[in-house]
Design a protein around this ligand. Sequence first.
Ligand SMILES: Nc1ncnc2c1ncn2[C@@H]1O[C@H](COP(=O)(O)OP(=O)(O)O)[C@@H](O)[C@H]1O
Ligand SMILES: [Mg+2]
Length: 317
Amino acid sequence: MTLLERAAVRADRGAVCTDRAGARDMATATAAATTVTAASVSNASQPHVVLGGRYRLGAQLGGGSEAYVNEAWDLATARAVAVKIFRSTDSADNAPFQRELDIHGRLRHKNIVKVLDSGETGDAGDHHQESRDYVVMELVGGKDLRGIMQHNPASPEQTAAWMTDIARALAHIHRRGIVHNDIKPGNILVDFDSDPHGPGIAKLADFGIALNGRHAAPNSSSGTPHYLSPEEVCGGASTTASDIYSLGLVALECLTGTKAFPGTPLESMVARTLGEPRLPGTVRRRWSMVLHAMTDPRPAGRPSASQAVGMLRRLSW
Ligand SMILES: Nc1ncnc2c1ncn2[C@@H]1O[C@H](COP(=O)(O)OP(=O)(O)O)[C@@H](O)[C@H]1O
Ligand SMILES: [Mg+2]
């Protein structure tokens, strides 16, 4: 796949981000459940839409080209959840959904968003109606890193804590032969509700293009252009070391508030094949050693996820 194709295909994953204000009032909503059609799901902020007779949809939290995510109220457990609804109406050929189910759905880790349930919208008996797949997840009470960084860079302490959390999640999945393949700020959620006096708990989300050997590599490009590793830009395979490189770029962006390789997707990708990211003088020496290691152009020169956990943990002491 050419550089341009890689840039074009992944550029819009996670493009929509909306305000979730007001959605917590869903508990008091009493509107009746309705049969869900594809049309009503596309307009999913309607409070009367109930998926599977159980999940009453609320405000949209985000989404991109393949799926959108809404808050929902679980009528069975009386708890708020998040529902990711996939845009494809072809269940048999919905690779992102299958990956979320088969790969993400089996993972249990404190730093990975938990999948709770899955289903299909629409009336199964009505063959004229389009239906869509969805997965139900724990609702992370906070923001994704992209939203957090829109306002300010994170402090070195916050960055160390969040990156340690995500490196732990990566160590967990890498041990199981899984490559996340899309490490970027929009796929890292920080749960402030569960850690009100600390930095918040970072959780990894979105396994829509994850690799585990059983699922073929996605026929679109792997990863989002600004965070792709140099080996992926050059057409090589995405490996566990590629996840580490991408996390290094996210860490650098957290600290500085700017993308390590800015510009158009193509400019950004070409730049990283020509050299390592430039670290501004404001990045402390101990941090720069870790970032240099994680973004080593040679995959073999990068730490494993468990080694990265050790390096990042030492930064917060
Ligand atoms: N479990 C969740 N709790 C809270 N917000 C979520 C949750 N899952 C996703 N989101 C929000 O929705 C956005 C898109 O979700 P994601 O799974 O990354 O979908 P996409 O495949 O469209 O990128 C995330 O960037 C985040 O802001
Ligand atoms: Mg995403």
